[in-house]
Design a binder for this molecule. Structure first.
Ligand code: PMP
Length: 443
């Protein structure tokens, strides 16, 4: 029997009050979990502290964004300097950092010839799809079952479908992930089975005259990698069929490797979306890729500098795009990461192996999945290539373990993946493994 020892009543009381202000007490549904989410009041490096003063090693890291951990002094300094040197936090005009930051991104992501800044990953994927439509004149999007690309209508389908509604694996149904989506929204989206090249090819060929973009998470959910043969096949196929291939690297960018999943796989997508890590914990997104696609948004003709009318240009705007403070934070993040990413990979590896060995010794089927600085735990001995395989793992036991780990000071949102930071060292790994050891004994 698992024993709950930690006092978390302040979080419970807080959530009751929060419900009088925000629906369900949260301002992002992902922040909620039953019976009530833990509410934090402080954070430092690899640690979170809740309202009752309990400390947790943070493996959620704001859904992978905080790769330098909490409150890194170099980021604080970079922001401060940026404000001091420029006298403002927002110019509302072009400025130097937009170019410097962009060059840094081009360096790590050679597929990105030109780019535009947005304020979130959601905005980035939304814009990427518009680029694809402007460029191809085709308006449907193909996405994979189980892949998340932000909260806009066209991609809010079949992210987490009920298996009963999901249809045949090789030709999945289009299942809404939200209320408020119209039938017409669903008709603009086509769902493909991840890591099944032959079935995906059949669907793509059938609808190639309507599909402008194929968007995917090269590592699904940040932990189920595409197979090399599969992703190479998808690259070839999209080229042949005139479909813009978008790698959504909002999670994987600077996390599976500095150059993202495209570097790991050695593949150049047509467009890439980035977010999370590159803002150093502040809101940002990027769409980048082939010049001829990105030029759809240029307000002037390249050859003669003549201003174009709005109907001839892809609309992209935003008060905060290319925010100097955020770009300064992101630049500093990448600078530190260049020196320390190997440490993050090494710690991730050590933690994965230690956990695998604990579960093995306990006789519980378990595997860790992922690349680089993120991984997830699947309680099954079956191979996992896609959403449906993962659904067959033991979520009920995993949830019990995750709840018990919260009680022992290891934080991730139950069932979420693990992300590590430059602040996760041997001490944190040892404490985590010890917490797991105790939980597995009690379970
Ligand atoms: N794409 C992917 C792959 C993501 O993981 C996320 C965020 N989890 C998004 C897009 C949306 O990014 P944001 O939350 O910044 O809007």
């Amino acid at each position: 029997m698992l024993e709950v020892t930690r006092e978390t009543n302040s979080s419970f009381q807080f959530m009751k009050e929060a419900c009088t202000v925000m629906p369900g007490g949260v301002t992002a549904n992902i922040k909620f979990f039953s019976p009530y989410p833990l509410v934090m009041k402080r954070a430092d490096q690899a640690y979170l502290t809740d309202l009752d003063g309990n400390q947790y090693i943070d493996y959620l890291l704001s859904y992978s964004a905080l790769i330098l951990g909490h409150g890194h002094p170099k980021i604080a300094e970079a922001i401060q300097k940026q404000i001091e040197n420029s006298g403002t936090w927002l110019f509302g005009t072009p400025h130097q950092l937009e170019v410097d930051f962009g060059k840094m991104i081009q360096h790590f992501y050679p597929s990105i010839e030109l780019l535009r800044y947005t304020n979130s990953g959601t905005e980035a994927t939304l814009l990427a799809l518009r680029f694809a439509s402007a460029y191809t004149g085709k308006y449907k999007v193909a996405k994979f079952e189980g892949h998340y690309h932000g909260g806009h209508n066209q991609v809010l389908f079949s992210i987490n479908p009920d298996i009963g509604e999901a249809g045949p694996f090789k030709e999945p149904n289009v299942v809404p992930d939200s209320k408020g989506l119209s039938k017409q929204d669903g008709q603009q989206t086509i769902i493909l089975p991840f890591n099944d090249l032959e079935a995906s090819e059949e669907i793509l060929r059938k609808h190639c005259d309507e599909i402008g973009a194929l968007v995917l998470e090269p590592v699904q959910g940040g932990f189920i990698p595409a197979e090399q043969r599969f992703i190479e096949g998808i690259r070839q196929l999209t080229k042949e069929l005139g479909i813009v291939l978008i790698f959504d690297e909002v999670k994987t960018g600077f996390r599976v490797s500095l150059g993202g999943a495209q570097e790991v796989y050695g593949i150049k997508p047509d467009l890439t979306t980035l977010g999370k890590v590159i803002g150093g914990g502040f809101p940002i997104g990027i769409v980048g890729g082939k010049k001829e696609i990105l030029m759809e948004s240029a307000p002037v003709e390249e050859s003669n500098g003549k201003e174009l009318s709005s109907k001839d240009v892809l609309f992209h705007s935003g008060t905060y795009n290319g925010h100097p403070m955020i770009l300064a934070a992101g630049m500093e993040t990448v600078k530190v990461l260049e020196k320390e990413i190997d440490h993050v990979f090494q710690m991730t590896d050590i933690l994965r192996k230690a956990l695998e060995s604990l579960f093995f010794n306990k006789g519980i089927d378990m595997q860790t999945l992922g690349i680089g600085s993120m991984f997830n735990i699947a309680l099954t001995d079956r191979d996992i290539y896609n959403y449906r395989d993962y659904q067959k793992s033991n979520f009920e036991l995993r949830k019990r373990i995750d709840m018990a780990l919260l009680d022992k000071g290891v934080y991730t949102k139950p069932l979420n993946r693990y992300s590590l930071s430059t602040c996760h060292g041997e001490e944190e790994i040892a404490k985590t493994v010890e917490a797991y050891r105790k939980v597995l004994m009690e379970i």
